[in-house]
Design a binder for this molecule. Structure first.
Ligand SMILES: *[C@@H]1O[C@H](CO)[C@@H](O)[C@H](O)[C@H]1NC(C)=O
Ligand SMILES: *[C@@H]1O[C@H](CO)[C@@H](O)[C@H](O)[C@H]1NC(C)=O
Ligand SMILES: *[C@@H]1O[C@H](CO)[C@@H](O)[C@H](O)[C@H]1NC(C)=O
Ligand SMILES: *[C@@H]1O[C@H](CO)[C@@H](O)[C@H](O)[C@H]1NC(C)=O
Length: 485
């Protein structure tokens, strides 16, 4: 009872107060593709499976023949396509019907002081295996998997012994035949369960936090157990970017959203505003959203220079107070830029500031004025090369004088001028960043095929097929050799 209470407390603690910012839904189409890959993988694996020695005794009436079957190896196998389905509330149910495996090895018998030995060929046909695995999550947010139920039936087994001259050996052969089916039957599920345990170990070692670039980390642990219904499996992930340096949470939370399932694609992914905004906050809090602009960054062909002479028509007193001096602009975000998603449209609100300085002949900077520059960008995002990319335009721009060391001045002309500057510097930089793209949290060897991206209220959905690229796949299917007595 106490342990149940502790478990419940842990579970609620684990999921408390947080909405998933990334959701994923695996559809039946995705499951079928996965099971197809699984069958290929099994076909490969069975050939290299290490089969433990079989030991036992058979009572032949006048005593017990002790036997050992060793050095058993798989000489061929035929793995039919498994039927895999979602098992509501539990996980997955896989059924393989008509599996055949042929093996060979050595046998040894001992009856009192009489020993004998030789080789054998063994084939099992029409093996049916049903396995139900439970899918859940562990406390650090990994998917977990455990064997819920396993059942194995061997339709037919035949064994052919070679060698063996002793008379004692002959009655053993027929008695052993009656037992071979049961011996194999009871060994299949432990092997299946061992593989499930193996898979669970791999899953528990999987990363749930990824370094995206030198500034960003993306955390994607599960925030609650996977949801399995009869047609899909849903994952709710944290989906929060952090600054590599500070690793602090942003001062806003993920809002709930409903990711529609797209049966035509293997996988649906939902990425909320929160995910993108947490990245934006991480850049902001790491002090990366600032830039210095000086004259050498203005194209040589521009008649306007970043100096007090050029600013004369905009701020008449400036060249009088600071004659013909180069200037420097510090541009920075006043707050984390916030993205919002509406149908087919992304909006980005950027509250920025510009501090202007005159560069004295002795290189010291004299502050001139500070402007608040608030911009609203809007645009589209798309998906390409497994990254979210985009193109934004400037839809609103307002400039206000926040403070001035050179006295007040009219901002209308400066606003138009800065708007142009914003387009050719900040917007160009933003678009360059968006063109570079934000890497989607896909895993090694898994690639998106024909992804469809839709911007919806509060989130972006991506429906996609998958392509799993593995290394060279060696085919070990050597056919089945029917060994009959
Ligand atoms: C302008 O900025 C660039 C890059 O920050 C810097 O390399 C250069 O020295 C600066 N030029 C002047 C005149 O301050
Ligand atoms: C300032 O810009 C003007 C053009 O507006 C140019 O003629 C002048 O040489 C520049 N002065 C400096 C110090 O760069
Ligand atoms: C640089 O020149 C300015 C203006 O002449 C002066 O106010 C300032 O003290 C000087 N700074 C240094 C470090 O010499
Ligand atoms: C955008 O700019 C227009 C005028 O150019 C203004 O009327 C409107 O309120 C601004 N919108 C926002 C959201 O600031």
């Amino acid at each position: 009872m106490l342990s149940l209470l502790i478990l419940l407390l842990n579970l609620t603690n684990h999921a408390f107060g947080q909405n998933p910012a990334i959701k994923a839904i695996l559809t039946n189409k995705g499951l079928q593709y996965g099971s197809h890959i699984g069958a290929d993988w099994m076909q490969e694996k069975i050939g290299s499976v290490i089969i433990p020695d079989v030991r036992g005794g058979v009572d032949i009436g006048i005593g017990t023949v002790h036997y050992v079957l060793d050095r058993i190896s798989v000489s061929g196998c035929d793995v039919p396509e498994p039927s895999v389905e979602f098992y509501e509330g539990v996980g997955l149910k896989a059924v393989i019907s008509g599996l055949s495996i042929s093996m060979s090895g050595n046998w040894h018998t001992t009856f009192g002081i009489i020993t004998d030995g030789g080789s054998f060929d063994l084939a099992v046909f029409n093996v049916d295996v049903t396995s139900v695995v439970q899918i859940g999550s562990d406390l650090s947010g990994h998917i977990s998997i455990s064997s819920e139920n396993c059942d194995a039936r061997v339709g037919e087994a035949s064994i052919n012994f070679h060698g063996g001259a002793s008379l004692i050996f002959q009655p053993f052969v027929s008695l052993f035949h009656n037992r071979i089916k049961a011996i194999i039957e009871e060994r299949i599920c432990p092997v299946v369960e061992e593989h499930v345990t193996d898979l669970e170990r791999h899953l528990s070692e999987m990363q749930v936090s990824f370094k995206v670039n030198s500034a960003l980390v993306l955390d994607v642990p599960l925030i609650n157990s996977p949801l399995v219904d009869s047609i899909s499996l849903g994952l709710n992930l944290k989906g929060e970017f952090y600054s590599v340096q500070s690793h602090t949470d942003p001062p806003f939370k993920a809002e709930p959203f409903n990711l529609p399932e797209d049966k035509g694609h293997m996988l649906s992914l939902g990425l909320s505003e929160f995910t993108i905004n947490s990245a934006s906050y991480a850049y902001f809090s790491a002090g990366l959203l600032q830039a210095q602009i000086n004259d050498s960054m203005i194209p040589k062909t521009s008649p306007f220079r970043l100096n007090t002479t050029s600013f004369g028509p905009l701020i008449p007193q400036l060249p009088k107070l600071f004659p013909n001096m180069l200037m420097e602009l510090q541009v920075y975000a006043r707050d984390a830029p916030m993205f919002s998603f509406q149908a087919d449209k992304v909006t980005l609100e950027f509250l920025g500031a510009v501090k202007a300085f005159a560069i004295q002949p002795n290189a010291s900077r004299t502050p001139l004025f500070k402007l608040n520059v608030d911009s609203i960008f809007s645009g589209m995002i798309r998906i390409s090369e497994e990254k979210v990319k985009g193109l934004m335009e400037l839809s609103n721009f307002t400039l206000t004088l926040a403070s001035s060391e050179v006295g007040t001045f009219q901002t209308a002309a400066l606003e138009n001028f800065m708007k142009l500057g914003m387009k050719i510097s900040v917007l160009a930089k933003l678009n360059a960043k968006l063109e570079e793209g934000i890497v989607l949290p896909t895993m090694h060897h898994i690639h998106l095929v024909n992804p469809v991206l839709k911007i919806q209220q509060g989130f972006v959905s991506i429906a996609s097929d998958l392509d799993v690229k593995s290394g060279e796949r060696e085919s070990i299917s050597e056919g089945i050799y029917p060994y009959r007595l």
